[in-house]
Design a protein around this ligand. Structure first.
Ligand SMILES: [Zn+2]
Length: 370
């Protein structure tokens, strides 16, 4: 249904229903959901649609009116009722197309919560069947993780055999592997797209909403320059690709601030040491999935801090990527600054956090020696 053909907008409907709106001149807005009370409902002015991921209420502006007013009738009757309330003559056809003019400028990103939930349940069941080989533990300790961290984030070693048996176990638990990155049908039998000759460990990637939406593989022996791969089955029978999802951890310190960095470990370690909420892009230039989150980030945080590697003064690519990211964030009206430290204090945000922690511990020891 093309909502621009109606002589009213979803904003008009929202006001009739006493919803508190303030950004009607924009493409969309997040408001308090009248069905569940959480500030998660998205009103899309361009499309005349509403959706609340928290309680799954959603539909057209006509449905919104009918639901909130308890009005039962055909679409034509609902339109007639809204027009009556707004005092619009029955023969009036088009109002100004104000709300649809810039609808295409910023298209409201589609975040598919149903798919996220499904991927999360499949990946959790899959990871539960794997274990972390002792050979991988020293790597994780070296990065600054404890046994509790390893357990909490669910790092596992890549399985080297028994792929079809693993899939059979999942199927027996009524888990559907169709269209899940990493799984595919091999001559009619479900299997996993891993190469037993490549060893490494798996990093479950927790997305902005807390779901495991993908798995990254850290190869023991980098493949050329490639150290990380996504667990994916793109182009394979009944398989699919895995999006390059940012890794997110919520923190308790400075709850109005979100730190942006690159790479899962640069989120985990500084979150543990400093307590900030951190989101890690899969690569400094890999912002496609991140951009979809900006409307949510704008609701949840007052400011963001970009904390890319300290070598950006000599690494032109990183410096350029940071500028691009800053502009993208500004577009969404979010306050954005950068966080920098001296290269001598560590390259990545994780190195900097470990350096800071060590200095603090040393200072503490000196004091206790006195
Ligand atoms: Zn809701």
């Amino acid at each position: 249904m093309d909502m621009s053909n109606f002589p009213f907008t979803i904003g008009d409907v929202a006001r009739l229903c006493h919803l508190n709106i303030s950004r009607e001149n924009q493409t969309s807005e997040y408001i308090v959901c009248p069905f569940c009370g959480r500030k998660k409902m998205n009103l899309h002015y361009g499309k005349g649609l509403y959706h609340c991921p928290a309680c799954d209420a959603g539909g057209s502006m006509l449905k919104l009116y009918a639901e909130l007013r308890g009005f039962q009738g055909s679409k034509g009757e609902i339109v007639k009722e809204i027009k009556k309330e707004l005092g619009i003559a029955d023969n009036y056809c088009y109002r100004s197309a104000r709300q649809s003019e810039n609808a295409e400028v910023i298209v409201q990103p589609q975040v598919d919560f149903e798919r996220m939930k499904r991927l999360d349940s499949v990946y959790r069941a899959f990871l539960n069947k794997l274990f972390l080989a002792s050979v991988h533990k020293p790597y994780l300790y070296n990065r600054g993780l404890s046994d509790e961290d390893i357990e909490r984030f669910g790092f596992k070693s890549m399985p080297l055999f028994g792929y079809k048996a693993l899939c059979r176990e999942l199927l027996q638990e009524n888990i559907c592997l169709e269209n899940v990155g990493g799984f595919y049908l091999d001559e009619g039998e479900w299997t996993i797209n891993l190469n037993p000759k490549m060893t490494g460990y798996m990093i479950p990637v927790y997305n902005y909403f807390g779901f495991i939406e993908g798995i990254q593989i850290r190869l023991d022996r980098p493949f050329g320059k490639t150290k990380y791969l996504w667990f994916s089955s793109n182009g394979l029978d009944h398989g699919t690709s895995t999006a390059a999802i940012p890794f997110y951890i919520k923190g308790n310190r400075k709850p109005d601030t979100l730190v942006i960095t690159e790479g899962a470990f640069k989120a985990i370690i500084p979150n543990k040491i400093f307590g900030y909420s951190i989101i890690a892009l899969p690569g400094v230039n890999n912002t496609r999935e991140f951009e979809k989150l900006l409307p949510y980030i704008r609701q949840d945080y007052r400011q963001v801090l970009i904390a890319f590697d300290a070598d950006l003064r000599v690494n032109e690519n990183v410096a350029k990527a940071r500028e691009k990211l800053r502009r993208m964030i500004y577009e969404y009206d979010i306050v954005c600054s950068t966080f920098e430290w001296d290269l001598s204090e560590g390259k990545g945000l994780d190195d900097f956090a470990l350096h800071w922690q060590k200095n603090k511990a040393d200072a503490g020891n000196e004091r206790s020696d006195e």
